[in-house]
Design a binder for this molecule. Structure first.
Ligand code: MEV
Length: 320
């Protein structure tokens, strides 16, 4: 029986959230936590999707793009059904989704699931594809499902590794990887990106002479960070992350919960700690050392909302 398997990583933003909206550079990278989709021909006359990690099981009508729930809450299913509407011939298949990155944590779980689903479907149907087309197809699915979506998530999930996003929105991959342990902590509140971006825009419009230089400095930080990453200069990367955090705070995107996590991480030995993603809820990222990463993860852990990650060179992988 032919089984097609594809996996794709989640991502995190290291530098440049918010300032990237004003065309400043940013740095993001794929992490070593992935979504994996396996699929094979079904003996039933309907398609199924099961995820033990997410605790759900559904029967799908891929032609209509609808599903019947057998158990659980299939939040991520809209992406899968949309991808199947575009890239599947509607014959019956059984799908399995495993996800070792949390949903709603700013780690790009929906992009990872979408990229892995499309890659698995292409493999199943013997369709040739490359990373460029796959990233575009996955972005189109995200846009249709979400309304708007940054192309960065699907790009990083497809290509893997660390990338520098230039002012001109060119993606420049780093040849090297940053081999340091990070901890992501996510708060109880999902960050509403649209709302937070608007809040920064209002502040910028009301106080351009004060806020423009802050955004400009964030761009400079990302550029300094690019050099520091190329040199694997961890001390400098740490300084730059902490500086970036101060500026994010000044833009009003911090919250008590994020702030508490950031200082708890720092107090427990994290060399740097900052918001990752939009803030206003959402997540933090802490740069640790191998000898204190467990301690930091433990200290900031509230209700299992912590995950240890490393940046990873691996983008989408098919049948491996
Ligand atoms: C959110 O992940 C990153 C922001 O810069 C918004 C965006 O770039 O779309 C806050």
């Amino acid at each position: 029986k032919k089984i097609s398997v594809a996996s794709a990583p989640g991502k995190t933003i290291l530098f440049g959230e918010h300032s990237v909206v004003y065309d400043e550079p940013a740095i993001a990278g794929a992490v070593n936590k992935r979504a994996t989709v396996s699929l094979c021909k079904s003996h039933n006359n309907y398609s199924t999707l099961k995820s033990n990690d997410l605790g759900f099981e559904v029967i799908m009508d891929t032609r209509r793009g609808t599903y019947t729930l057998k158990r659980g809450k299939p939040g991520i299913i809209r992406y899968i059904l949309n991808a199947m509407g575009k890239f599947h011939d509607h014959t019956s298949i059984d799908m399995d989704l495993s996800l070792n990155l949390p949903i709603g944590s700013g780690l790009g779980s929906s992009a990872a699931v979408t990229v892995a689903t499309i890659a698995a479907l292409h493999h199943y149907h013997g369709v040739d594809f490359n990373k460029e087309t796959l990233a575009k197809e996955a972005h189109a699915v995200e846009e249709e499902v979400q309304g708007i979506a940054s192309p960065l998530d699907t790009l990083v999930s497809t290509y893997g590794g660390l990338v520098y996003l230039s002012r001109e929105k060119r993606i420049v991959p780093f040849d090297n990887n940053l081999d340091a342990p990070f901890v992501i902590g996510y708060t109880s509140k999902y960050g509403n990106t649209g709302k937070v971006v608007k809040k920064v825009k209002t502040l910028k419009n009301n106080y351009p002479e004060l806020v423009n230089p802050i955004i400009d400095t964030m761009g400079k930080i990302a550029n300094e960070a690019r050099v520091a990453i190329l040199k694997n200069d961890i001390d400098k990367i740490a300084d730059l992350m902490n500086l970036n955090q101060g500026l994010l705070d000044s833009l009003g995107v911090n919250t008590y919960e994020l702030s508490r996590m950031i200082y708890t991480a720092r107090d427990n030995g994290a060399v740097a700690s900052k918001i990752t993603g939009s803030g206003g809820g959402g997540s933090i990222i802490s740069l640790c050392r191998e000898d204190n990463v467990d301690e930091v993860a433990e200290a900031i852990n509230v209700e299992d909302r912590t995950i240890k990650v490393k940046f990873s060179k691996d983008g989408v992988l098919v049948n491996r």
